[in-house]
Ligand binder design. Structure first.
Ligand SMILES: [Zn+2]
Length: 575
């Protein structure tokens, strides 16, 4: 491809809209352009990378025995009503009506559509296991689209669905996907971390996220400094601190005029926040009040709380609701006497504490020397803490640390979440009807491109891994008007063509400095220069973008040398 023909404008200025280094580079290197908030066009260089990523992912999915399909993006509301997600999906689902006033949505995901397909086609156990996938556009009306294609409203995703006879089959499909994901990300030049995740809106039991560690990531990953434990913040567990041995004292009331916060209480009673217990009041979807007890220096992880309560919804109560429940203004809530009126959830660490401070459900008063079990009865004891740096690891004696990451893949064991609601069944060997067991597995293809750049760049521009670079080599012809240089370039391009090396030839009538700047910004793995010096020496100057190593090689050896720099995976998914 000649630079003079390429549909590309690089930008010198840093675009004001860009939020992360990768977003800036994708705009500056002309990979993407914005159409509307969270809606982007991919230009030729960006699209080539997308195609290469798709091909790598496709190869790894095919290798597991999965089959590629293409399902409609336009989906009838009836299917979503059947699974119960039409209402639950809220404003994230882009909804529309057809000319006959029928409700449709633009698919944010395809569990319903693929389950509908499978329930009509699969009859017998002989047709299972089955894995179907597609690489297709998805739509989610994000509240805050950001960082370019990292969180956009229209994006390309690979989604795969597994259908098995039983749990054991699901485990096998899930493990196959885990291995395939790991391979695909490695081949794309990404460092990733597989972390425990919360199944969230999709539903189901086990789930893992694949995170690309990056400061530009909006997810917080919690990892152990000693063992391999890793989880996203929503799912991160914390080891419960061992019990205190202090004998239980008699609970007493202390007056705490206008002392409503843990900080004020700490100063007033001259006790550390670890000796206090906060009581937070929530209301669940059924209107039942829930009192959650957590150590004063801790925050509640509402995802864990929802799972522990098996609740569909949980909202912090309004001040009037708290007053109606406890008989005291906000800031003085406690569990004593609430047993009949609310579900009392005690964090596992609080259950181990002795003689702590807690609200007395009376204005301007707290209790000291309160104890779980003695002064109030919990309904549920469990880990509802939000994990952070310094917390004890749930798997070993190490400590947890926080890291930022970009979620690029997610695998779920759905079980019968959809197949039961939508009656997707098969007949086993005895002719008995059984519900199909399902899994789902996603990779954000366009987000992957962004994550690769976040992990692979420097001040000058992108540093593409060879396997997903739009082209392999950036050829700079120093003097485009020079016939002898042009002839050398022609010979070089001929060796590249026959060797399967993809290149951009910068034949523009620009100063060399401009071309070198663009070469670094676009970030192809190798730069090759043909200039006046090449004419005498018959040599090409080649430079590796990543290592900055430069060498001069004879024209005849250039293709071989470049191939060894690129490595084998550069040629597996060429376009
Ligand atoms: Zn650990």
């Amino acid at each position: 491809m000649r630079m003079s023909n390429l549909f590309l404008t690089t930008l010198r200025e840093i675009p004001a809209e860009a939020e992360t280094p990768g977003h800036r580079l994708m705009l500056r290197a002309g990979l993407i352009r914005k159409l509307a908030a969270g809606v982007y066009s991919f230009l030729p260089l960006g699209y080539r990378t997308l195609e290469k990523i798709s091909n790598i992912v496709r190869q790894e999915m095919n290798a597991t025995g999965a089959q590629e399909v293409l399902l409609p993006a336009l989906q009838p509301a009836e299917l979503w009503q059947e699974s119960g997600r039409w209402l639950k999906g809220g404003k994230e689902i882009i909804r529309l009506k057809d000319r006959n006033d029928r409700d449709f949505c633009l698919g944010p995901t395809h569990e319903e559509v693929v389950t509908d397909l499978v329930r009509h086609e699969v009859r017998s156990y002989r047709q299972l296991p089955l894995m179907l996938y597609q690489i297709q556009t998805k739509f989610r009306d994000e509240l805050r689209p950001r960082s370019g294609v990292i969180r956009s409203r229209e994006f390309i995703m690979k989604d795969l669905y597994s259908f098995d006879r039983d749990r054991k089959g699901l485990d096998e499909s899930y493990n196959k996907m885990y291995v395939a994901y790991d391979a695909a990300f490695r081949r794309c030049g990404l460092q990733t971390l597989a972390v425990e995740a919360d199944p969230g809106m999709i539903g189901g039991t086990d789930s893992m996220e694949f995170m690309a560690p990056s400061d530009a990531g909006e997810d917080v990953v919690i990892i152990c400094n000693t063992c391999k434990y890793a989880a996203n913040r929503e799912a991160a567990r914390i080891r419960t601190t061992t019990g205190e041995n202090e004998p239980e004292k008699e609970m007493e009331t202390v007056l705490t005029p206008e002392i409503r916060t843990i900080n004020q209480l700490t100063d007033f009673l001259n006790l550390p926040a670890e000796r206090m217990v906060k009581t937070l009041i929530y209301r669940n979807g059924e209107g039942r009040m829930v009192a959650v007890l957590i150590r004063g220096d801790r925050e509640v992880n509402e995802f864990k709380l929802v799972r522990l309560l098996n609740s569909s919804e949980l909202i912090l109560a309004e001040p009037e609701e708290i007053e109606a429940l406890t008989g005291a203004p906000v800031g003085f809530s406690g569990p004593v006497g609430l047993e009949e009126k609310a579900t009392i959830v005690v964090d596992s660490d609080v259950a181990e504490m002795r003689n702590f401070v807690i609200g007395a459900n009376e204005a301007n008063a707290h209790f000291i020397n309160a104890n779980t079990g003695k002064d109030f009865s919990p309904d549920i004891i469990g880990d509802v803490k939000l994990a952070g740096s310094g917390d004890p690891c749930p798997e070993c004696n190490g400590f947890l640390v926080e890291e930022r990451g970009i979620e690029i893949g997610h695998i779920f064991k759905l079980g019968t979440r959809y197949t039961q609601a939508m009656h997707a069944t098969y007949l086993d060997e005895t002719g008995t009807e059984q519900t199909i067991i399902m899994g789902c597995y996603g990779i954000g293809i366009s987000r992957l491109a962004a994550a690769i750049i976040e992990q692979n760049h420097d001040e000058q521009g992108i540093i593409w891994p060879a396997s997903v670079a739009p082209y392999h080599v950036y050829i700079v012809q120093i003097s485009p008007g020079d016939k002898r240089q042009a002839e050398m370039v022609r010979q070089l391009c001929a060796t590249f063509d026959s060797g399967g090396i993809e290149y951009i030839l910068d034949d523009r009538d620009e100063r060399p400095g401009v071309k070198f700047k663009d070469a670094d910004l676009i970030g192809l793995p190798v730069r090759a220069i043909i200039g006046p010096r090449s004419l005498e020496s018959k040599q090409v100057e080649i430079k590796c973008r990543r290592s900055n190593e430069e060498k001069k090689v004879y024209l005849a050896d250039a293709a071989m040398e470049i191939k060894s720099i690129l490595g084998g995976d550069a040629f597996v998914c060429t376009i």
